[in-house]
Ligand binder design. Structure first.
Ligand code: PMP
Length: 403
């Protein structure tokens, strides 16, 4: 046996699609968020103090004591029926849904990966909002898809731009986050949803609608998904997640679909992970059945609204003239564009020195990034901490005059 003598450690060969991805913007966020001396607005991390810990613990206890043998066994790729029934019940408020139309996933992130694997051929174009959720772009990119960003305004994706992009690029699908979008916090009004649905129906392009934030409303207003508009149910894969409503740690979400694609999704899910954790599925189902998720979400949203207010009023006076900042009616994120000449990535290094972190916005663009943008999550810290840290951020921005 001859072991090669080299000074360099062995470097395992990796696929081209992952080459150069050893560090991703997401990994870097979590490293920043973990530093104790930094107030991080970078990650979309729910406040753990708001978890409904006792009720969740009681559900785990119930599942293990009452259904333990089943809970610890393999399950089915489609997902446990109790959870699919609960998901269908919630969805049916806006969109009639049967349990058979639900495919359970380990969070929406796996949902994105599952559907990408089931639907995308290398070279396919996916139209995305500009900016959009960067980990969705990654899930599509590793399957060889090419993302094209479509212009957005304060009401979300611009229908005329969407139609033009469809005619130019012949996409396999469009990926949209219509409610309390990540990263901008923006929401598409009903008229815009109808205009977008009209474009998609006329051009025959299917929709992937990602809705992890829709229930986190600060106004009491509710937003029916685009999937609920006439004709859209069968042409939309609608993703929901328990991450922002109950717990990101349980890793439970689902895809709602109609027709034969449901079978393809189940086959892809089986190939990837057999099924999501049965213990966790049964526990989430029990939680949805016995706890008042709406009341819990209302409490969480109330706290987040106060934090949104704190961040919105702290940031307005410290932004340079001509800057633009969103005022989200729900969700977790506020998005600021500092304007021509500012580079949010360069400012970040000084901001971290001053003890505050955010996420530079360039990474959320599939193409043509606006380097002056930043995403700030307002959900993790108290209003006092937010006001203090945003004040320090303002001082740092002021030291970076427009060049
Ligand atoms: N989609 C969007 C738009 C998100 O913001 C997130 C979480 N940041 C996800 C999907 C994935 O969430 P999870 O896998 O925790 O459900």
């Amino acid at each position: 046996m001859t072991v090669p003598q080299t000074s360099a450690p062995y470097r395992f060969p990796v696929a081209a699609r992952y080459a150069g991805m050893e560090s991703s913007p997401l990994k870097d966020i979590f490293a920043l968020a973990a530093r104790e001396d930094v107030v991080s607005f970078a990650g979309g991390i729910p406040d753990p103090e708001l978890f409904d810990l006792q009720a969740v613990a009681a559900c785990y206890e119930w599942v293990l004591s009452q259904q333990g043998h089943r809970a610890l066994q393999y399950g089915v790729s489609e997902g446990e029926v109790e959870l699919r029934e609960q998901a269908a019940r919630r969805l049916s408020r806006d969109l009639p849904t049967d349990a058979s139309q639900i495919r359970v996933t380990s969070g929406s992130q796996e949902g994105l990966f599952v559907l990408a694997q089931a639907l995308l051929e290398p070279g396919d174009v996916v139209l995305v909002e500009s900016p959009t959720y960067l980990a969705a772009v990654q899930a599509f990119a590793v399957h060889g898809a090419r993302m094209i960003g479509v212009d957005t305004d304060d009401d979300g994706v611009v229908p005329e731009a969407l139609e033009e992009a469809i005619l130019t690029h012949r996409p396999r699908m469009a990926y949209l986050i219509p409610t309390f979008q990540n990263p901008t916090g923006r929401t598409m009004p009903v008229a815009r949803r109808e205009a977008v649905a009209d474009v998609l129906l006329r051009t025959g392009v299917p929709l992937v609608e990602d809705d992890p934030y829709g229930a986190l409303s600060f106004t009491g207003g509710t937003w029916a998904p685009i999937a609920s508009l006439p004709g859209m149910g069968e042409r939309t894969l609608l993703l929901n997640s328990m991450s922002k409503l109950m717990s990101p740690g349980v890793r439970i979400g689902w895809i709602r679909a109609e027709g034969p694609v449901l079978d393809t999704l189940a086959v892809a899910k089986a190939a990837i992970s057999m099924q999501s954790s049965v213990v966790d599925q049964l526990t989430v189902a029990r939680y949805l059945e016995t706890a008042d998720l709406d009341a819990h979400v209302a409490t969480v949203s109330g706290v987040y609204r106060e934090r949104r207010d704190a961040m919105a009023s702290a940031i307005a006076p410290v932004l340079p003239p001509g800057a633009h900042v969103t005022h989200p009616d729900g969700g977790m994120f506020l998005w600021a564009a500092l304007g021509e000449g500012y580079d949010a990535q360069r400012i970040l290094a000084d901001a971290v020195e001053a003890g505050v972190a955010y996420l530079p916005g360039w990474s959320f663009f599939a193409d043509h990034p606006d380097h002056s943008t930043m995403r700030l999550s307002f959900v993790t810290h108290s209003p006092e901490v937010i006001e203090d840290a945003v004040g320090r951020l303002g001082e740092v921005i002021a030291q970076h005059p427009q060049r």
